[in-house]
Structure formats: C-alpha cells, structure tokens
Design a binder for this molecule. Sequence first.
Ligand code: ADP
Length: 521
Amino acid sequence: MDVVYPPGLSPAALDRALKAFGRVVGPDAVFATEEDRQDYSDKFAIDDAAHQPLGGVAPASAAEVQAIVRVANEHRVPIWPISRGKNLGYGATAPRLSGTVVVDMSRMKKIEVDVENGTALLEPGVGFYDLYDHLQANKIPLWLSVPGNSWGSVIGNALDRGVGYTPYGENTTKLCGMEVVLPDGDIVRTGMGALAGSPTWQLYRYGFGPAWDQMFVQSNFGIVTKAGMWLMPEPEQVRGLDVEVDRIEDLAPLIDAIGALRREGVLQQSPTIGNWLRAANIVSTRQEWTDKKGALSDDVITAIRKKFGLGWWGVSLRLYGRESVTNATFPILEQAMRALKPLSMKPTLWRRGDPIPPTQGGWMGVPMTFPMQNANWYGGRGGHIGFSPILPQSGKLALEQFRRAYARYQEFGMDPQTSFAFGERHLINVNAVLLDKDDPAFMKRVDPFLRALIADAKAHGYGEYRTHLNYMDAVAGTYDFNDHALRRLNEKVKNALDPAGILAPGKSGIWPAAYAKERGK
Ligand code: ADP
C-alpha cells in the first residue's frame, strides 16, 4: 500500500521528523516500514484504505512523550496517542487522519498500588493482565473491572469510556487524578496532583477550582501519561442469578425490574443484558447453522437458542459484599426476577477462597479474551464495529429502539449482536456489528447500515457514547444543540491548546483550524 502523507507534509519533511523522533526514543523505537504501518492499521476497518497510520513511535517515559510532542510541533507532524491500541471495533491502533504518526505508549508500564486506600496509579501501557498479575503476585485483595476484551490498557479503556461488569463497571467514573502532557509539551497533574507531593492525588478527584480529568477523556486536548484508578476491595461473597427470558418483548419488563433495583442500590453492579447471538457467537460459527446469506431466519434463531438453552435475552446479575448483606438482598433480587416468569434462572455463589471458574471471571475481576471469538462468526477475515446509543433506563423506549434497529439489521442482511449495559441512570445499547471482510457485497452494506442506525437514533434524540474513527464526524454532528455550540466550544479549546493542530486531529469530531478542511472526509 502507498504511504499516505498528512496534508501539507512532504516526504522529506517527514523523514526529518522521523529522525528527530529517533533522537528522542532511539531509532529502535521508531516504526515506519510498510510492515510497521500494517501493524498499526485497524484490522477491523470497514475500509482498509482509510485511517492509514504513517508509522509509530514508542516512548518509554513522560519526558519522552513531552519531547515527541515538541518534535511534532516543530515539524508539523500530526500524532495519535494510544495506550495499548486494543480498542477493537472503534479503530484500535489507527488514527482518524491518514498520515498521522501513532504514539504507542505500550512500553510505559509502571504500576503503583496503594493497598490501604484501594487505588492504583498506572502508566498507559499497563494492561488488565499486567495489573491482575501484579495484584495476584503481591496477594493484594483488590479486584479489577475488566471489559470483554481485557487485552487492552486499563487507562486506555477508561479514556474511551469502556465498561466492565462489577460495581466498578463504569470505568471512566473510577479515574482519579491524571498526569497529562499538553499539546505544547507542558506537563500538568490534575486534581490533588497539582499540589506537589500530595498523598491525596488518587483519593479526591476535584482538587481546588475546575476539575479537568474528563476533559482528557475522548478528547484530543492532551496525552495522559499516568492516571489514578479506584479498585474494588475483594468482597466476602458474590451471589447472583443468571436469567434468560424467552421473547423479544420480555426485554422491557427485564430492563424496568433491573433499573429499579439499580437505582435503589440493591444491585450495585453494571449488568449487561445480551441477546442470544452475543452468547452463541463465542461458542459457534455461522456456518454451523446455515449457509444462506442475509438476515438469519426465525427457524435458525430458534435452533441456536435451543442448542444452547438461550432466551432471546439473558443477563447475569451479581450481588457483592459481606455474606450477611448479600444473603439478605438475594431474596429481593430473586423475587423481582421470578415475577418476570423467566425461561430459566440459575443461582450462582462464590465465597472468598473459592476458585473462580474461567467463565465467571468477568464478574470477578479476572481478565478474559474469549468474547473476542465473536469476530470469527462468519469465519475468515472477521471483525466487529460498534454502534452504541445511550438510552434512558426505560423498558418501553429500549424495546422500541431495539425493534427499529432490528428492522434495519434485517433490511441490510446483518446478524444482530446487541446488548444493554446498565449505568446508574442510563443504558448503553452496545451493538457489535459483526463483519465478514471476505465478502465484498456484505462489506459494502456496512457503512450505509451504520449511517442509517445513527440517523434513526438521532431522530429519537439518542446519540452514541463512543464510536469508530469512521463515524466520529457523523456522531459529533448529531450533538447539534444551538447550531453545534458544543463543537464550537471544543474547537475553541482545541485551537487554544494546540495551535499547530498536531494532537489527534479529528478525534471525536474535533478538528483544529490547521486541518479544518478534513472534516467529513
Ligand atoms: P485500549 O488498549 O485499552 O483498548 P487504546 O490504546 O486503544 O486503549 O485507546 C483507546 C482510545 O483512547 C483511543 O482513541 C486513543 O486515542 C485514546 N487514548 C489511549 N491512550 C491515551 C492516552 N494515554 N492519552 C490520551 N488518549 C489516549
């Protein structure tokens, strides 16, 4: 594939920039061969030619990140930070603007855990497996909140508002205090970290005056070189229910029942309701069920559900904490679920000291990768891409949204992997649109399908919480109050902090003046 240069940068200028990056990190940590560019590209892309990285540079410290930012300013090279780059379905290692150099922080792996206070101060290269191993090796009784693909970085996941399934499942809300390199190369600590040497950096989020942590989440205003995360103390007991409900319309009462328990605080985890395909595509492939292209027929869906004992929807609900407390709340949960007349309801129980079964790890802080098996649903070159609108915790509205989306799945001949992840007051309707990259006719339908979903959601007042590089402009465009006042604010801040526009141009639909013409391309 030909090298794509960012607008306005000549091959000679780029060569000078790469040499300057090499003087910062050492020539062995600059990656700019054809093979390197392939490595940093997005394997789940709909269009393999879009979002082409120009190469990568891998710093080992915050000081090196600062030096990289200064080189980028001097040579006008756009750069794109990644922690571990496992943001699959949203762009992974690839940048929004082709020709951008990836700043790969996977070498930065320092871990400091404050056992007493239940916090960790982490560098971006620390993966969920690294932190888990550290906790295990040091016998630290703190649990992680792991996402379905735990390959990635703890900080990277929180920076794209990824979710897990425990009471600490809204990972971005567990961030506390950051160290950030700004686009001009300055370095700042947020919250109590601004008070040099403070022992409360990871304990109180706000410091004094405005609090900035979320400003560096899903933005292109800075590169996070360290962040604090709160970790959950290992509970005495985890007690729960695995519930399956039979019909599509059973989604509504299930959401209403869980939402009420969640708001009341009986249920403190972030449970996710998933459909039959979310369960079936990690243990089987499509060819085992049919060789017909297009939407799956109801007969096939019934056969899949029967084989694995699945409802249309399933959910794993868990209560965490003292034995006496979870034993007291369990009957309340059980009664609420029994009232729904579920297809099945299986109790689960784990007590401190018991081994954690591999399939239960997600609810108990153990990293996992098996859900990624879904990328193999069609066989061959697969993948998935996200469509994830935020909804109210209303069974009626969520069911209506699902029915509209399902009609689109059928219209475009796609198989629906869909789920509803509970926050405290909202639902994230995560759709992993499964890809068959070996079928060009199929791949042609993916983009219009996703654009239809975005437009349908917008028509009902719903916007996505996170999106793939391809759709950042489209999704940002749906946030349109007062003729896109939010975009104007974001870009005012962007241009003030990053006048040369070097940091992640186009991320989250935020384009610096230097690349304003690239919007929508
Ligand atoms: P993970 O490996 O956890 O999946 P990624 O490295 O893929 O995380 O990053 C997820 C998203 O967050 C990407 O859009 C990336 O640009 C952004 N990001 C990751 N790390 C940083 C960081 N240290 N500072 C700023 N943004 C980051």
